[in-house]
Ligand binder design. Structure first.
Ligand SMILES: Nc1nc2c(ncn2[C@@H]2O[C@H](COP(=O)(O)OP(=O)(O)O)[C@@H](O)[C@H]2O)c(=O)[nH]1
Ligand SMILES: [Mg+2]
Length: 318
């Protein structure tokens, strides 16, 4: 299944650990020095606060998390660095699970139609292809639609990916009506017995009104061809853009109703904390994360693995 927990992701999540390394190493030194004196004092928590804020976690979340860590360090008499970081990872995980977000993809449609939306360059096309690959590997029969008809290069890019992951791509000429491509892709899916339709949309944010009209038309047209479609509207956000990603989430949240977020480019960024802020501000669950440019580099979001990787530690066994 697509969202099932894979315990073999150490290497994958490991790619996230580099981004924060320098500040974490500095923190670890401070922790060790302070622990020599057997005291978890204010200065240490201030450094931890700076570290978490630096990940773009947001002030409110950071403060709440550190309050809990203080409580726990008193209760459990935390006396070494590993215990402290493990306790913090467990608190971060709990923070991401507090509202019990539904992170699974809806795959019950006939076919299930998924729209990938987001501004230019965030990784929509790449994520559509990676998701197609992932679904195919899990036994589904996906098909891709080149709904971004704005540039010829965008269509070609998806076609090249389609060949690479061995998934059919439905495309029209550049400049064609995006909704017509969406419609044809769903029709092709029905005819070819594809059970998942992945639509790679354009990312122009020329105006909210136009974007809304275009995405509404696409939704209406695919809904006519397949009842209940689109089952998913996946908002793609680039983690390296920090606060900008947050703003994009807000804008798109006003235009469409995203059912999930794909957070890309978490490899090598120190801004992974944006995950917390994005979920808090939008109420939309992060369903997948991108940690590289290859076809395998998209994984279901796993709060425990993610929280540990953000702190650069192995996943605590609890
Ligand atoms: N490092 C890294 N690069 C990514 C990731 N996802 C996408 N990219 C790169 O980001 C660039 C833009 O991606 P693209 O899919 O064309 O974005 P789009 O304009 O939203 O369709 C490409 O060079 C991708 O290879 C990721 O998870 N990690
Ligand atoms: Mg694209």
């Amino acid at each position: 299944m697509v969202n099932e927990t894979n315990n073999n992701t150490g290497g994958f999540w490991g790619r996230m650990k580099d981004g924060l390394r320098r500040s974490r190493d500095r923190l670890i030194q401070s922790v060790d020095t302070l622990l020599d004196f057997q005291a978890l004092d204010e200065a240490l928590f201030e450094e931890l606060e700076a570290l978490l804020v630096q990940t773009d976690m947001g002030m409110l979340t950071t403060e709440r998390v550190l309050e809990r860590l203080k409580e726990r360090s008193r209760e459990q008499r935390i006396s070494n660095r590993d215990e402290l970081f493990e306790a913090l990872a467990v608190i971060l995980e709990a923070e991401l699970c507090a509202t019990e977000p539904n992170r699974t993809l809806t795959l019950t449609g006939d076919p299930s139609v998924m729209l990938l939306v987001g501004v230019n360059g965030v990784g929509k096309t790449t994520s559509a292809a990676k998701l197609a690959h992932r679904l195919k590997t899990s036994g589904y029969a996906p098909i891709l639609g080149a709904v971004d008809t704005f540039r010829a290069a965008a269509i070609e890019q998806l076609q090249i990916w389609g060949e690479r992951v061995d998934v059919d791509v439905i495309a029209h000429a550049p400049g064609a009506d995006p909704a017509a491509v969406a419609f044809d892709t769903v029709k092709a899916a029905v005819a070819r017995k594809n059970d998942v339709v992945l639509l790679d949309t354009a990312g122009r944010l020329h105006s909210r009104k136009n974007l809304m009209a275009e995405l509404e038309k696409i939704s209406r047209v695919v809904g006519r061809e397949s009842p209940g479609a689109p089952q998913e509207v996946l908002l793609v956000l680039d983690a390296t853009t920090g606060q900008n990603a947050l703003r994009q989430a807000q804008v798109f949240g006003e235009v469409v109703a995203p059912t999930g977020i794909i957070l890309t480019k978490l490899d090598g960024t120190a801004k992974g904390g944006i995950t917390f802020a994005v979920e808090k501000e939008t109420g939309v669950p992060v369903k997948f994360v991108g940690l590289g440019e290859g076809m395998e580099d998209l994984q279901p979001f796993e709060p425990a693995e993610f929280s540990a990787a953000l702190l650069g530690i192995e996943r605590p066994s609890h």
